[in-house]
Design a binder for this molecule. Structure first.
Ligand code: GTP
Ligand code: MG
Length: 199
């Protein structure tokens, strides 16, 4: 798929404020600092479309991008940022859960997991939350440049073993590096495949 027109529609603090106009939504969730915003920039081939930071907790709102007047790309705040106070953490978790449970346009959800840490309890918790609420998702392993090929294969196996205790069939697993610019085409083709079946 080729992306031609990208519009930033805004940052929203509740799902009631999100765009009323319905288009299929492709959303990204994951632990804070896993690389969601960086991946959005890589996917759309933009330098600073989504704000990124080496300090976790950069994205605190729901950010909407309209792609080719055809679909929305949605950047969600990261979960599990330890330094937030309890009220802020609650607010963010509430926003994420609200979005996942009630946003009608949600068409495809990518859960991003750091390829180096395939079995963090907080990520498995999110997988379980999605499972319990019948929300299908695909996985994207990020920062694969930080691992050897063998290390990556080992971690994929570990992740699959963990997931297979609760999931059948297993979710799709994509591997990307926004730094080395790998894995983009596979994700884009999958998005295209899903969107085109909606028509
Ligand atoms: P929150 O907004 O806090 O939820 O974080 P986020 O998931 O949006 O993470 P963000 O994209 O801001 O990236 C966090 C850090 O990881 C930044 O320092 C990025 O440069 C780095 N990073 C992101 N993707 C990659 C990657 O593919 N490889 C490497 N080596 N670093 C990456
Ligand atoms: Mg972010």
């Amino acid at each position: 798929m080729k992306i031609e027109k990208i519009e930033f529609l805004g940052s929203f603090t509740s799902i009631d404020r999100c765009p009323k106009w319905i288009l299929p939504e492709i959303a990204l969730i994951g632990r804070s600092n896993v690389g969601k915003s960086t991946f959005i920039n890589f996917l759309t081939n933009q330098k600073n479309l989504a704000k990124t930071s080496s300090t976790p907790g950069k994205t605190r709102q729901i950010n909407y991008f309209r792609i080719d007047n055809r679909w929305y790309l949605v950047d969600l705040p990261g979960y599990g940022y330890a330094k937030l106070n309890a009220t802020e953490r609650k607010k963010i978790n509430h926003l994420i859960h609200d979005y996942l449970l009630y946003r009608k346009g949600l068409t495809l959800l990518f859960l991003l997991i750091d390829a180096r840490h395939p079995a963090l309890p907080i990520d498995l918790e999110m997988c379980n939350f999605l499972g319990e609420n019948n929300i299908p998702f695909s996985l994207i392993l990020t920062k694969t440049d930080k691992l050897s090929k063998i290390g990556l294969q080992k971690n994929i196996k570990l992740l699959e073993r963990n997931l297979s205790q609760h999931w059948e069939p297993l979710p799709n697993i994509f591997t990307v590096s926004s730094l080395k610019k790998t894995g983009r085409e596979e994700v884009l083709s999958y998005i295209e495949e899903v969107i085109s079946t909606l028509r």
